[in-house]
Design a protein around this ligand. Sequence first.
Ligand code: AMP
Length: 356
Amino acid sequence: MSDALPIGATIGILGGGQLGRMLAVAASRLGYKAHIFEPGSDCPAGQVAHAVTTAGYEDLDALAGFAASVDVVTYEFENIPTAALDALEAVRPIHPGRKALATSQDRLVEKGFLSGLGLAVAPFADITGEADLRSAMAEIGPKAILKTRRFGYDGKGQQRLDADSDLSQASAELRGSPAILEGFVAFSHEVSVIAARGLTGEVAAFDPGENLHREGILRTTTVPARLSAAQRTDAVLLASRILTELDYVGVMGVELFVTPQGLVVNEIAPRVHNSGHWTQAGCAVDQFEQHIRAIAGLPLGDGKRHADVVMENLIGDDMDRVPGLLAQPDTALHLYGKAETRAGRKMGHANIIQRR
Ligand code: AMP
């Protein structure tokens, strides 16, 4: 506890979206202040924070001023430019640290890291042009996914390929971006583990959740996930190995494919994760409080689950369901304060406790 941030300290959060918003609320519940750094105006996190800096990630003076006004820096998204991180780190500690960011920002580095730990990942190949793509397809195709190495999220920057695909066109669509080709994993379902590691190295994991995606966007997370006891243990142990290897501080989301041969790691996210929102209704200490506890040097919650929960994302017109959800028993609603509803935009979520 001696290195813990004192009450009243300020937590700097890069990114003003819904994850930043829920982190700011958790920080405030623990007696801290939150200062948000975000290029856009009227951001969801800014509405609930103590202070907001509205500036771009290329504005190094604004970043230095922001860093000087906070006690620790964290973030809600992983694609933070390196120069911005350098400017911040010169002034204040950043948690989770650079190793986790560098690993998760680049799918090729990430796959190399995970397979280096001996964890199962999809077969993959580095793609820098059409010739690479042709030889990689011959080796790990025909069913495969071509992904840009950087800046992909919610299925963006991905092309599904098969034996009939026009590889010249697929390669042209990358527009010179470095990419990886991944063999298609025949999974039965997708799960994720949300785990945390504290400043002194202790690890706590939440129960794995089962995730359903549509059009590349997470729709629901259900806990408990369909997993055997052995798979559940595997999932938690592998997450713990990843955190320890990265000397990680904070919450991480680890996405997994469930296959008859075992768990295959899809990707890691060095931050609180949409598939961990269920913890708000299912655990005494949710993922947002857990993250703030970790980076503030406080003891972690134990991650124990006290209820079965289904988390439903409210995307675009799903907002029409709000009156019905408000009338529904055992349902907690979280709306993100976004003024404009747009197709594909995450507007909120509902946590629905499942009574047995
Ligand atoms: P990602 O952005 O890598 O998480 O991919 C988004 C979604 O695409 C995943 O949640 C899976 O449903 C699917 N997907 C990604 N990679 C693979 C793969 N190698 N094999 C099968 N499905 C995949």
